[in-house]
Design a protein around this ligand. Sequence first.
Ligand code: ZN
Ligand code: ZN
Length: 192
Amino acid sequence: MERISWNQYFMAQSKLLSLRSTCTRLMVGATIVRDKRIIAGGYNGSVTGSEHCIDDGCYVVDNHCIRTIHAEINALLQCSKFGVRTDGAEIYITHFPCVHCTKAIIQAGIKKVYYAEDYKNHPYAEELFSQAGVELIQVELDETVLDRDFQKKLQLTTDLLHKLEEAGIEQSELMDLIDQTRALYTPNPSHS
Ligand SMILES: [Zn+2]
Ligand SMILES: [Zn+2]
């Protein structure tokens, strides 16, 4: 039986964390890892005890929501709060980090940055990482690894569509169902 790879496992953890984000402008998750062990995690969220964007709306200044702390910073602050060393650690992020987070990641001594999706990749962030000797690696999350029955479900749906076709349903209706199936079963729908 094939096991989930470490890269997919940590990226999936970040994706899971991103679902806890309280600002829906961009739902980001970050996981800090050392020696294949998770040492901290964070998501885009408000300061503990303050209002959430999802309840009160975003606090937008100059086209940025200033209410939230970015996932990467939250993960680093968790280390600082609990006294966990970040020097030489690695981070898995659902999106390419912004320039502010890039600086914090470098300064915290993180040596490898794995990110799933490109997001407004700033050339200055890339330049800073390269100057600091921090490795930048794109790891796209394959969401099918999270579902052991993925192939079975896909097969069943395909079989059902064939049966519907045989039963003679309207062609336009069938095409619509096929489109919906494609959208649902295509890995990383955010890329399509
Ligand atoms: Zn917000
Ligand atoms: Zn950021």
